[in-house]
Design a protein around this ligand. Structure first.
Ligand SMILES: *[C@@H]1O[C@H](CO)[C@@H](O)[C@H](O)[C@H]1NC(C)=O
Ligand SMILES: *[C@@H]1O[C@H](CO)[C@@H](O)[C@H](O)[C@H]1NC(C)=O
Ligand SMILES: *[C@@H]1O[C@H](CO)[C@@H](O)[C@H](O)[C@H]1NC(C)=O
Ligand SMILES: *[C@@H]1O[C@H](CO)[C@@H](O)[C@H](O)[C@H]1NC(C)=O
Length: 431
């Protein structure tokens, strides 16, 4: 899906002045000639010339990569960045994304989202100046740029009649929802009222938002939603958008939302298998029958070796030891279904885990993980491992585009919070 989209994207934005992009295509040309020569030699049976040629090409390519780094020394300055690029060499810049597989949840009828990469790019251009006016500049432990954009974009696209958020923290997400829909009511559920944070520093309290917070807090699963919706004059639950940033078991939330008749949901923290403080959709759909899903705890496997290497470079990468618990349990987090900020942990069997994914698939109309906004050579992010993530909206090397969209104006730290935010559309199983 994303490949088809990226073709459309190139057509729209053009590549004038995007030197890195041109560099990229030159490299590809070089390589394809090399491939042809190698093929010819293989056919004619010259083994040594092939090896010699391979070494020459490798040396030329290494020099090429190095000189490119020197040219870009102002934008790629940290030692980490250089060593990472050198280490991954050929694959490091472009084809690294998704190299360890990107699990996803199958929908009932194979439907997907209506928006394209072009829409996302246009959205980015519009959103950057809005983001720059955010009241909470340093939203540590809260959403960064990628997810803020994702929430804003999805909300604006769906144009709900009512927005509900579960988990507001200092109110940054409330502010994002408000920017997307200036006149639409918001209901915010949070154990601590965002106004509390105002005493200590920046926070956002919305004037047209109903807060179930502080002493009025009610858990999402305990709200009489038909009553609350009626009070807000909304009678179509399919026109409501729910945003979950409450670190609860997402299977539990999915069932509660389904019971209340809601269909459009966004989960902020869609943690990868082996990470995070709650059972996520990404974890649920990490199954052997999905590409990139299912794992082996065998220490000498390709996956184990790749993961070991990547852990040195990306803070959130997990190796096979982090992934596997006793009895080779890898699903969820080491065989546990975490809930409620990791305050509750329940061990589940592989069979239960498998059945959970079948249930999710049976109610799923659409599953879409927001791609990261830009590749790490542009954003300088060091946390998420691109190997488990789909291609970014602005690919590595496209500094011209990155700059044109205004993304180079933002501080680097805002790009560090990506955790595969996901939009899902659900409906009752027809059976
Ligand atoms: C609240 O929303 C209504 C329309 O939905 C609008 O007329 C009013 O000005 C808003 N109030 C504030 C304080 O934003
Ligand atoms: C929810 O509220 C409505 C009144 O608006 C009431 O009829 C219904 O029984 C309530 N549901 C529950 C589960 O309490
Ligand atoms: C409820 O929705 C229907 C259409 O689905 C509409 O005709 C009706 O006016 C709505 N009622 C209220 C009270 O908004
Ligand atoms: C989560 O909870 C488990 C069991 O209580 C504990 O062993 C683990 O260290 C916790 N992890 C995190 C990241 O809090």
């Amino acid at each position: 899906m994303l490949n088809a989209l990226s073709m459309r994207r190139t057509a729209q934005f053009g590549d004038e002045g995007d030197e890195h992009q041109e560099d990229g295509s030159k490299t590809r040309k070089q390589l394809s000639i090399a491939t042809r020569v190698t093929n010819y030699l293989t056919r004619t049976g010259y083994l040594w010339p092939i090896l010699f040629l391979a070494i020459v090409i490798f040396v030329i390519y290494s020099l090429f990569i190095r000189s490119r780094n020197l040219v870009c020394v102002s934008s790629i300055s940290s030692f980490d960045r250089l060593s990472r690029t050198r280490f991954f060499g050929l694959d490091g810049l472009e084809s690294d994304f998704g190299s360890l597989g990107v699990p996803w949840c199958r929908s009932k009828h194979g439907k997907t989202i209506e928006w394209t990469s072009k829409d996302l790019l246009q959205g980015l251009e519009e959103f950057v100046p809005i983001y720059e006016t955010r009241p909470i500049k340093n939203n540590m432990y809260g959403m960064g740029f990628d997810h803020s954009f994702g929430l804003w974009f999805i909300t604006r696209w769906l144009k709900p009649e009512l927005m509900i958020e579960s988990g507001a923290f200092k109110g940054h997400s409330t502010w994002i929802l408000r920017q997307a829909m200036p006149d639409t009511p918001i209901i915010s559920l949070s154990p601590r009222h965002p106004a509390k944070y105002l005493l200590k520093g920046p926070a956002y309290v919305d004037q047209n938002c109903t807060y179930f917070a502080g002493k009025d807090f009610v858990d999402f699963g305990n709200v009489n939603w038909s009553k609350v919706m009626k009070k807000h004059g909304v009678n179509d639950s399919s026109r409501v958008l729910i945003f979950f940033d409450d670190h609860q078991n997402e299977l539990k939330r999915l069932k509660q939302a389904l019971k209340a008749g809601f269909s459009h949901l966004v989960f902020e923290d869609n943690y990868d298998t082996g990470t995070g403080d709650h059972y996520s959709l990404r974890q649920i759909c990490d199954q052997f029958y999905i590409q990139g899903g299912g794992h082996s705890c065998f220490k000498d496997s390709d996956e184990a070796r790749q993961r070991r290497k990547r852990k040195q470079f990306w803070e959130k990468a997990v190796d096979i030891n982090d992934l596997c618990g006793p009895h080779e349990a890898w699903w969820g987090v080491k065989g546990y279904m975490r809930d409620d900020f990791n305050h509750t942990n329940k061990q589940i069997s592989h069979t239960q885990h498998f059945q959970n994914s079948r249930f999710v698939e049976s109610i799923l109309d659409v599953y879409w993980e927001l791609p990261p906004v830009a590749g790490p050579s542009l954003t300088q992010q060091t946390r998420y491992d691109p190997a488990r993530v789909s291609n970014p909206i602005v690919e590595d090397g496209r500094f011209g585009l990155f700059q044109r969209l205004g993304l180079s104006r933002l501080e680097e730290t805002v790009f560090n919070g990506y955790t595969q935010m996901v939009y899902v559309k659900i409906s009752l199983n027809e059976m």
